[in-house]
Design a protein around this ligand. Structure first.
Ligand SMILES: *Cc1c(COP(=O)(O)O)cnc(C)c1O
Length: 414
């Protein structure tokens, strides 16, 4: 795996992060702090905490604990950002961004190739008076054509799940910079081990920590990281109480207050600890799973019973050159189509290693037929618009040995 110059210290920084920020009694992990209340020695400090003049303390765990703060510091370093707010889930993080930064009458441009629940949430935003245009974000021209005077934000994913389309990240980043728009990039599939959206001008980076950052399929979490690139000073939707001090912090302060505090999608200290430990092996796991995914994609592409394989590091992928120039590897996500879709149930039932389950970024390989499950609610018309064939199968590659996985597919397809 190619290691980009700003990326070489990723694991070193991560495994030493807790220690550098200071751990009680010389422990090497930040402890799991379970206090809900935090007391102050002086009432002046308690007052200052409420008025934003006393820094560094904790008040009430819905807004954060020392354990969630330690994880936020790790995610900030992983994404090369200036600050992070963690949430109970990835959807909690995305909801907070939309609900706190957009108002009725605003316009949002989103990629048409997007996680199903994010797509559903966009419908909720439309109900609240936010206009939404869904465009082919693989082309910056399509995004530019949708921009109106009321446009405030552009939202894209890096590698779209499940068809692996890759947004024109660099082009859209430059467009948003010129137009003063918030550029939100959901980095869940690539993760900071393969790509840091700050490099293409992202304003805010979303990670579903549930996936490859926690990595073991046993903790839910989400994060919003501010890259420091967006100028919040002229942004009209920042509430008066948060227009204080350095404008660089305004966006994230509003996301923490209006998003985390008021909606309560709080990550618990126990979960933050699991995610934090999982994140230590992020780069190793992503490197291994990406290498297995590429080998399996190449093998599937040559199989006579397979019609199409969608994987960014295959030369046949529509955005192959873009993927090679932006990402350190192709990721653990791939999808394919059987030549004869009527054999789908039979083939999947014959596989013994991949677990028939929804979810992504586990240590175990997960497999799911897309149309009748995760994209069922969207309906066939929406599926077609997102490039999702009725026989599409999605794979999230885990840490099994490559030869075992290929042998399993060989048996199932025979
Ligand atoms: C899973 C996922 C989410 C939502 O994350 P949760 O932690 O499950 O709420 C958002 N975006 C993408 C790309 C995802 O894969």
């Amino acid at each position: 795996m190619k290691s980009s110059p700003d990326n070489h210290a990723l694991t070193t920084d991560n495994v030493h992060s807790d220690r550098r920020f200071g751990v009680e009694h010389g422990g090497i992990h930040k402890p799991i702090h379970t206090s809900v209340q935090y007391g102050f020695d002086r009432v002046e400090d308690l007052i200052g905490a409420f008025q934003g003049t006393y820094k560094g303390g904790y008040q009430y765990a819905r807004q954060g604990t020392p354990t969630t703060a330690a994880l936020e510091a790790k995610i900030t370093a992983l994404e090369n950002g200036v600050g992070t707010v963690c949430f109970a889930t990835g959807m909690g993080a995305i909801s907070a961004v939309f609900l706190t930064l957009l108002r009725a009458g605003d316009h949002l441009v989103a990629s048409r190739y997007i996680f199903g629940n994010t797509n559903s949430l966009l419908g909720t935003m439309e109900g609240l008076g936010v206009a939404v245009d869904k465009v082919d974000a693989c082309s910056v021209e399509a995004v530019a054509a949708a921009i109106r005077p009321e446009t405030r934000m552009v939202f894209v994913e890096t590698i779209a799940n499940p068809r692996t389309q890759i947004a024109d990240l660099a082009g859209i980043g430059e467009l948003c910079r010129q137009r003063g728009l918030i550029f939100v990039v959901d980095n869940t599939i690539t993760s900071p081990a393969l790509f840091r959206p700050r490099a293409v001008g992202a304003s805010l980076v979303i990670n579903s920590l549930t996936k490859t950052i926690a990595g073991h399929g046993e903790a839910l979490g989400g994060a919003v990281t501010d890259t420091g690139l967006f100028d919040w000073a002229p942004y009209p939707n920042i509430f008066a109480p948060y227009r204080k001090g350095d404008p660089k912090a305004w966006g994230l302060v509003q996301i923490r207050k209006k998003g985390l505090r008021d909606t309560g999608a709080t990550l618990s200290s126990e979960q933050a600890h699991r995610i934090s430990v999982g994140s230590e092996t992020l780069a190793l796991r992503v490197q291994r799973a990406s290498s297995t995914a590429l080998a399996l994609a190449q093998w599937l592409e040559h199989h006579p019973k397979i019609d199409a394989v969608h994987y960014p590091f295959l030369p046949s992928h529509a955005q192959h050159e873009r993927a090679k120039s932006l990402f350190a590897a192709g990721s653990w996500l791939l999808s394919f189509e059987l030549s004869d879709p009527t054999t789908l149930v039979e083939v999947l039932n014959r596989l013994s290693l991949p677990i028939k389950a929804t979810g992504l970024g586990d240590t175990r390989t997960l497999i799911i037929p897309v149309a009748p499950t995760i994209f069922w609610e969207a309906g066939q018309e929406a599926r077609a618009a997102m490039g999702i064939a009725e026989g599409l199968i999605r794979l999230s590659i885990g840490l099994e040995d490559e030869a075992d996985l290929i042998a399993d597919f060989e048996r199932a397809l025979a």
